[in-house]
Design a protein around this ligand. Structure first.
Ligand code: BGC
Length: 748
C-alpha cells in the first residue's frame, strides 16, 4: 500500500524546528526523520484507535492459494493480497504501509505465485555461501536479495535462516549456514546486514532449534540451557550482533517442551531481555498455538493467521486484553516494536518502488559467490584443472547437466532467471493452475537453474567436443566415457523444506553410475550437486571430486571456470562429511517412521555439533569441517597468540605452489576443561601470489572459548591454559600454541 501524498511530502521535509514546522509535519509529527525510531513509533501509536491497534499484529498468507488447510482471506482483502508469502495490512490513514513479505534465502522466492516470465536471480544455496568463508560475500549476497526485494515492491525479506546443521539429513540443510556457531552466525548476520542495506527489513529465523523437518510442527528439541547458549543460541546471538535484523521468526517446533512461539525463555528472557532485542517477533507460518500464552511469552505478530483456523491474534487477542489475560501494555509493546523497526529500517521514509532489478549484475554476483564456494575435495595426480590444449573430447554425464544445476525446494524456491527453451520446459511447463486459485508449482518439482553445465563447459572448453549422456542407462554412459579424454559425472541430491532426506546416500543408481564410469575412464571427475553432505562409496576409485552444492544462476559458469583453472577453487566445507551415518549423534533420523503425535529429540552431542562431536568420539570423517583443496599449495608457518586486553592470533601462511590462490586460515581453540574439544574461534581468508607469505591476524571472540554459567546468567571464561591450533581444516592442527588466559565474566 502506497503512502498518501501528504505523508510522502512530509517525509521529504527537513526536521521541524519550532514555528517553522510545515502543516504536514505538525499533522504527522512521526514523519520527522530527525526523531529517534522509538519516539516516532510512540507519536504514531498515540494516534491509533482501538481497532487500528489490532491490524499490525495479524498477518496473512499473501498468495491467496485455495489450499484445504488455509482459511480464505476476508473478501475485502483478497483483491489486495500481493501474491507472496506474507502480508500485514497497513493503516493508510496514518501513512503506515502494509508489510509485504517475500521468502528470499537464496533469491526472491516466487514459485508459489508463479506467473509466466516471473523470474528472479537464483543465488547459490546459503550452505554454498557459508563455504566461501567470506563475510563480505555474504553481505553482497544479502544486498542483491534486498535490492531485488525492494525493486519488486517488498519491504520484508524472510531470510536469515541459521539453524545449526545438527542433522545433515535435515531437508533445509541447504538453506542454513552449516554446523558451526561462529561461521553460521557471522555469515547469516552479514547476509542480513546486506539485505537491510537496501532499506528492507530482514528476519532472522527459525528461532530456535528447528534442526530437522520431520515432525517439525510438534517435536520437542531438548537441550539444557548452557548447552543451547553455547551452540544454537550462540549462532543467533552472533548473527544478531552482525546483522541487527528487524524481526525474528520463532520456529514451528517445541523447545524443551514448549512451542517456540510461546516460549517465554527464548523470546522474553534470552532474546528481548538478555540480548536487548528492540525488533519484533513474528511467528513461522502456522506456528502459533495460543493467544494468551504466546502474547505473554513475547510473540508480537502472528503470521499467516489464516493457517490457524480463525487465528489467534485478531479477535481472540482483543478478547484476551478485554478479559485482562493479556495486559494492554503488551499490545503497546508489540506495536512499538513493529513501528520502531519500520522507522529504523527506512521502510516508511523510503518505501520500495517497482523497477526492474539489475539482473545482469546480480547474476554476476551469484557467479562470484559460486566461484568461491565450490569446494575441491579431491584432486589426485592434479587431474584438475583441465588443460584446454590436451582435452579434445569431454563427456558430461547425469543430473540434467544439459539443462541447469539443481536447486532446493520449499518456501525458498526461486524460479530462476533465464528464458532458454530448457528452462521453459522445466519451469513454465511445470506450472499448474489450481481450480479458482493462483498458479503454483507442483510439490516435489525439481527446478534446474540455467545456464546448463553443458553450455558453460562448451563455452569454456573452446575447441573440445563436449557430449552429454543423461546417465539413466549406465552402459550408454560408460560407452561415452570410454570414447572421451575425460568424463565429468554430475550427481545430485534434492532437498526440500518439509521433508528430510532418508539417508546420506545419493538417490537412485548414481553411486553405481559413478563407479561404472570411473572404471571405464581413469580421468573421471565427479561434480556433486547436493544440499549437504553425502556418502561417497566410490571415492577411492575417482581421482577428482568437486562439491558444487546448489550453485544457482551463476553456478555452471563458475564451475566451468574452476574446471579449466580460470578460477582457483577456495571453498571450504561448512559442515562435516561423515564417513557413515553411524558416526552421527543420531545414526537413525529422529522420527524416521513418524506417524503423527508428539516426540522428543535429545541431542547427545550437546554443544559439540558436527566436527566437535566426531572429535569427542575420536572418529575420522570422510572430509572434515573447514576442508577444501586448491590448485596451489599453502603452508601454515608460525602461530602467535596474544591475550592481553583482547585475544587474537597472528598466523604466517605461505603459498608454496605455482598459482595465485586464496587460503582460509582457520584458528581453533580448546579451553582447559578436561572434556573440551577444539572449536573454530576465528578465521581469515587471504589471497597469495606464488611464493608469497603473509601474516594474517585472526581476532578471537572470547564467548567461543567460554562456558555459559546458568546460575550467574553470564559467560565465564575460565582462567587457565588454553590450546590453540592454526590450520587449513578442523583436522589440520599441526601448528599449535598455548596461552594462559585470566578468568573473565562476560554478559550475554
Ligand atoms: C517456513 C518459513 C517461511 C514461511 C513463509 C514456512 O513454512 O518455515 O521459513 O518463511 O513458510 O513462506
Amino acid at each position: 500500500m502506497a503512502l498518501t501524498l501528504v505523508v510522502g511530502q512530509a517525509a521529504a521535509q527537513p526536521a521541524p524546528s519550532g514555528p517553522a514546522a510545515s502543516p504536514a509535519q505538525s499533522a504527522t509529527p512521526w514523519m520527522n526523520a530527525a526523531l529517534s525510531p522509538d519516539d516516532r513509533a510512540e507519536l504514531l501509536l498515540g494516534q491509533m484507535n482501538d481497532d487500528e491497534k489490532f491490524i499490525l499484529v495479524e498477518g496473512y498468507f499473501g498468495a491467496n492459494l485455495r489450499l484445504g488447510f488455509i482459511r480464505p482471506a476476508a473478501p475485502e482483502m483478497q483483491p489486495i493480497l500481493p501474491g507472496t508469502a506474507g502480508y500485514v495490512p497497513g493503516i493508510a490513514r496514518l501513512g503506515v504501509p502494509a508489510l509485504i513479505e517475500s521468502d528470499a534465502g537464496v533469491g526472491i522466492a516466487n514459485s508459489m505465485h508463479m506467473r509466466p516470465g516471473d523470474t528472479a536471480t537464483a543465488m547459490p544455496s546459503t550452505l554454498l555461501l557459508a563455504a566461501t568463508f567470506r563475510p563480505e560475500l555474504a553481505f553482497e549476497a544479502g544486498r542483491v536479495i534486498g535490492t531485488e526485494a525492494r525493486d519488486r515492491g517488498y519491504n520484508v525479506v524472510l531470510d536469515g535462516a541459521l539453524n545449526l546443521a545438527r542433522e545433515p539429513r535435515g531437508g533445509r540443510t541447504f538453506e542454513y549456514v552449516g554446523e558451526d556457531p561462529l561461521l553460521a552466525g557471522t555469515m547469516a548476520g552479514e547476509q542480513m546486514r546486506g539485505i537491510q542495506s537496501a532499506h528492507v527489513i530482514s528476519t532472522m529465523k527459525h528461532f530456535a532449534l528447528n534442526d530437522q523437518e520431520i515432525g517439525r510442527g510438534i517435536l520437542s528439541a531438548n537441550l539444557p540451557e548452557a548447552t543451547m547458549r553455547e551452540s544454537d543460541l550462540l549462532a543467533f546471538e552472533i548473527a544478531l550482533e552482525h546483522g541487527n535484523p528487524g524481526a525474528v521468526m520463532c520456529s514451528y517446533n517445541r523447545v524443551n517442551g514448549t512451542y517456540a512461539c510461546e516460549n517465554d525463555f527464548l523470546l522474553n528472557h534470552v532474546l528481548k531481555h538478555d540480548w536487548a532485542y528492540p525488533g519484533w517477533v513474528l511467528s513461522d507460518w502456522g506456528g502459533v498455538h495460543s493467544t494468551v500464552a504466546a502474547a505473554n511469552a513475547g510473540l508480537d505478530q502472528e503470521s499467516a493467521s489464516n493457517f490457524n483456523g480463525q487465528g489467534f491474534f485478531g479477535a481472540p487477542l482483543k478478547k484476551a486484553i478485554a478479559d485482562g489475560k493479556v495486559d494492554s501494555a503488551r499490545l503497546h509493546d508489540m506495536l512499538h516494536r513493529i513501528l520502531r523497526t519500520m522507522f529504523a529500517n527506512g521502510v516508511i521514509d523510503n518505501p520500495p518502488g517497482k523497477t526492474t532489478p539489475p539482473y545482469q549484475a546480480d547474476q554476476a554476483q551469484a557467479r562470484n559467490e559460486a566461484e568461491e564456494g565450490i569446494v575441491l575435495l579431491k584432486n589426485e595426480g592434479n587431474l584438475l584443472p583441465l588443460t584446454r590444449t590436451a582435452v579434445r573430447r569431454i563427456a558430461l554425464i547425469g543430473a540434467h547437466a544439459d539443462i541447469g544445476m539443481i536447486s532446493g525446494g520449499g518456501s525458498s524456491q526461486v524460479v530462476p532467471l533465464g528464458d532458454t527453451p530448457e528452462n521453459e520446459f522445466l519451469v513454465g511447463g511445470a506450472v499448474v493452475i489450481l481450480p479458482g486459485g493462483a498458479p503454483v508449482l507442483p510439490q516435489g518439482r525439481h527446478i534446474y537453474d540455467p545456464p546448463s553445465p553443458l553450455a558453460a563447459i562448451k563455452a569454456a572448453a573452446k575447441k573440445a567436443r563436449v557430449s552429454y549422456d543423461p546417465g539413466d542407462d549406465i552402459n550408454a554412459a560408460v560407452k561415452l566415457a570410454q570414447q572421451s579424454d575425460v568424463a565429468i559425472v554430475f550427481v545430485k541430491q534434492w532437498m526440500t523444506e518439509g521433508q528430510d532426506v532418508g539417508n546420506l546416500s545419493l538417490p537412485g543408481r548414481q553411486d553405481d553410475l559413478v563407479a561404472a564410469v570411473a572404471a571405464a575412464n581413469p580421468r573421471t571427475i565427479v561434480v556433486l550437486e547436493t544440499g549437504g553432505p553425502v556418502l561417497m562409496p566410490w571415492l577411492s576409485k575417482v581421482p577428482a571430486v568437486l562439491e558444487a552444492w546448489y550453485a544457482g544462476n551463476g553456478g555452471a559458469s563458475a564451475l566451468a571456470d574452476i574446471l579449466f583453472g580460470d578460477v582457483n577453487p577456495s571453498g571450504r566445507l561448512p559442515t562435516t562429511f561423515p564417513a557413515s551415518e553411524d558416526q552421527l549423534p543420531h545414526p537413525v533420523l529422529p522420527g524416521k517412521d513418524w506417524k503423527g503425535g508428539k516426540f522428543d529429540v535429545d541431542y547427545p552431542e550437546g554443544a559439540d555439533v558436527g566436527y566437535r562431536w566426531l572429535e569427542r568420539q575420536k572418529l575420522a570423517p570422510l572430509f572434515p569441517f573447514g576442508f577444501g583443496l586448491s590448485y596451489t599449495h599453502f603452508h601454515i608457518g608460525s602461530l602467535q597468540v596474544s591475550a592481553k586486553d583482547t585475544i587474537s592470533a597472528n598466523v604466517v601462511v605461505t603459498n608454496d605452489g605455482r598459482r595465485k590462490g586464496s587460503a582460509t586460515v582457520e584458528l581453533y581453540g580448546t579451553p582447559p576443561a578436561q572434556d573440551a574439544v577444539p572449536r573454530l574461534i576465528g578465521w581469515s581468508k587471504a589471497e597469495l601470489a606464488p611464493g608469497e607469505s603473509k601474516t594474517v591476524n585472526v581476532p578471537v571472540e572470547p564467548r567461543l572459548l567460554a562456558h555459559f554459567d546458568t546460575s550467574a546468567q553470564n559467560w565465564l571464561l575460565a582462567g587457565g591454559n588454553y590450546a590453540f591450533a592454526a590450520g587449513l581444516s578442523s583436522a589440520d592442527t599441526a601448528t599449535g600454541a598455548t596461552a594462559v588466559l585470566t578468568e573473565q565474566r562476560i554478559k550475554p
